[in-house]
Design a protein around this ligand. Structure first.
Ligand SMILES: [Zn+2]
Length: 311
C-alpha cells in the first residue's frame, strides 16, 4: 500500500499559479510553510525543520528527500498535496520513495507514516543503524528512541550509486564523517539540482553532531566534495536556509576550512575548550551565522576521537 493524495485542503486555491522560482508563503497553514518550485515538478518545502525536496517523476510517482519533523507531518503532506493537485495536475500521485540524508528527527519525521504506507525508505547504512538504537547526546537532556522496523530505511548503501525513480535519474553518495557519520548527498543530473543534506546548513551554525560520528574536519571535507560536483548553474539545496549557488557553496567551504584550521590548531596545542572559545575562531563570520558557542564547543569536542589516539 502506498500513500495517495486525495482529500486536499481548501488552501489549495491559494496556490493555483506558481511559476518557476516564485516563493510562496502558505501562511494559512499552522506552521509557516514555504514552497519554492525549482524545476519541472520539483519543489522545496521549508518550515518543517529542514528543506524537503519533492520530485514527481514522469510516471506520476513522488519522491521526497527528507521528511521534516514528525509534528509537522500533516502540513508537509498538505503542501505536497497542494503542489500535486494545483500545479502538477495529478491528484492520484503516490509517494513511493523517501530518502533520509541522515538520521536526525528533522529528516526522519515522516518515516513512520510513509514506512507503514509502503514507500521505500533509502539512506546510508550508518543512518539505518542509528535509527535502530536509543541515542542520548551528552550535551543535552534528550533521548531519541529507535524507530520501529517498518519506519527504518529498508534499503541502504555504503559508497555511492544511481537509481531510477519513475523516469527520474537519481545519483547519491556518502559524505563520510561530516555532520554525522551517515551523511549523503542526492544529485539530479537531468535537472542539475543537488541536495547536500546535513553537510550544508545555510541559516546559522550547524549542530556538530560528533556523538553520532560527525566532526569539523569532515564537515570541511564534505563541502569540498560537494563543491567539486557543481557548476555555475547547479541549484544547491541545503538542509536549512535559502537555496544556494556554487559561489555560495565556495564561500561556505572556505569558511569551514578556515575554522577547522583554527580549532584543530588550538586543539593540537592542547587548548582547553575555554581557550578555543576565547580565541574566537569564528569571529568574522558571527554576524552572519549568529552565536557560535555551541558550535565551537561541539567542534572542539569532535576532534577528540580524531586527534587523541587512545580516546
Ligand atoms: Zn542534522
Amino acid at each position: 500500500m502506498v500513500y495517495y493524495f486525495k482529500p486536499f485542503s481548501a488552501f489549495s486555491a491559494f496556490i493555483s499559479s506558481i511559476v518557476l522560482s516564485i516563493l510562496i508563503s502558505a501562511s494559512v497553514l499552522a506552521q509557516d510553510i514555504e514552497i519554492q518550485e525549482i524545476g519541472d515538478r520539483m519543489a522545496v518545502i521549508s518550515g518543517t525543520g529542514t528543506n524537503i525536496l519533492v520530485k514527481q517523476s514522469a510516471n506520476g510517482e513522488v519522491m521526497m528527500i527528507d521528511g521534516g519533523l514528525e509534528e509537522y507531518s500533516r502540513q508537509t503532506l498538505d503542501a505536497i498535496g497542494d503542489l500535486l493537485s494545483e500545479n502538477w495536475g495529478n491528484e492520484q500521485a503516490m509517494i513511493t520513495l523517501l530518502i533520509n540524508t541522515h538520521w536526525h528527527p528533522e529528516q526522519t519525521g515522516l518515516n513512520d507514516f510513509l514506512g507503514t504506507s509502503g514507500a521505500t525508505i533509502f539512506a546510508h547504512e550508518n543512518t539505518r543503524q542509528w535509527l535502530t538504537t536509543p541515542i542520548s547526546r551528552p550535551w543535552e537532556n534528550s533521548t531519541f528512541e529507535p524507530l520501529p522496523t517498518s519506519s527504518q530505511p529498508g534499503e541502504t548503501f555504503y559508497h555511492y550509486g544511481e537509481m531510477g525513480h519513475g523516469g527520474t535519474t537519481v545519483q547519491y553518495g556518502y559524505l563520510r564523517q561530516a555532520h554525522t557519520d551517515g551523511d549523503m548527498y542526492v544529485y539530479f543530473p537531468d535537472e542539475n539540482v543537488l541536495h547536500g543534506g546535513g553537510v550544508i546548513a545555510n541559516d546559522g551554525w550547524p549542530l556538530m553532531d560528533w556523538w553520532t560520528g560527525g566532526w569539523i574536519g569532515g564537515l570541511a571535507t564534505g563541502l569540498e566534495v560537494l563543491l567539486e560536483m557543481v557548476d555555475d548553474d547547479t541549484v544547491i539545496v541545503p538542509a536549512n536556509g535559502p537555496l544556494m549557488n556554487k559561489s555560495d557553496l565556495q564561500a561556505m567551504r572556505d569558511m569551514y576550512a578556515t575554522i577547522f584550521q583554527r580549532i584543530s590548531g588550538g586543539f593540537r596545542a592542547a587548548n582547553s575548550i575555554d581557550d578555543t572559545l576565547s580565541d574566537e575562531p569564528t569571529a568574522e563570520f558571527n554576524d552572519q551565522y549568529g552565536d557560535p558557542e555551541a558550535f565551537i564547543r561541539r567542534s572542539h569536542e569532535s576532534l577528540i576521537p580524531h586527534y587523541t589516539p587512545d580516546a
